[in-house]
Design a protein around this ligand. Structure first.
Ligand code: 5GP
Ligand code: ZN
Length: 125
């Protein structure tokens, strides 16, 4: 299957990975519109919200809570939006949850590598 996110999981495409376990991989979006734009994806290929199973979704949400804390602590963001696109609005056809930080003060968009340096190695409590 020609899926870009499956290739990221298999390390065929590099990614700025923040966290991974047997079920999920968490990495920075390559084309962010805010500093710290993060994606959580299941390691197994699911298309969308209809396709994914409940246990995997629960795990993704558990990890999302922890990643939210990491982004708040490491990037000092003031708010975070969670988004998950389906159907015509979904560009990559492998389920993924976006975490998008917001900042009270306008921020210069930093390059992804510099943002990654601030987050990498963070422990998920
Ligand atoms: P969607 O519109 O499907 O919800 O969002 C797909 C997201 O995946 C976009 O924000 C896009 O920037 C991101 N993306 C697409 N290709 C890659 C890639 O190769 N690496 C990373 N890290 N993100 C990607
Ligand atoms: Zn896939």
């Amino acid at each position: 299957m020609d899926c870009i996110f499956c290739k990221i999981i298999n390390n065929e495409i590099p990614s700025y990975t923040i966290y991974e376990d047997e079920i999920v991989k968490v990495f920075l979006d390559v084309n962010p519109n805010c500093n710290g734009h993060t994606l959580i994806i299941p390691k197994k290929h699911y298309l969308d919200l209809d396709d994914i199973d409940q246990a995997t979704l629960n795990h993704i949400m558990k990890i999302a809570k922890k990643i939210k804390k990491v982004l708040e602590e490491k990037l000092n963001c003031d708010g975070i939006t969670l988004i998950q696109n389906n159907g015509c609005i979904q560009e990559v056809k492998h389920y993924h949850l976006h975490l998008k930080p917001h900042y009270n003060n306008s921020q210069k968009l930093e390059n992804v590598q510099d943002v990654y340096k601030k987050i990498k190695g963070a422990s998920l409590n």
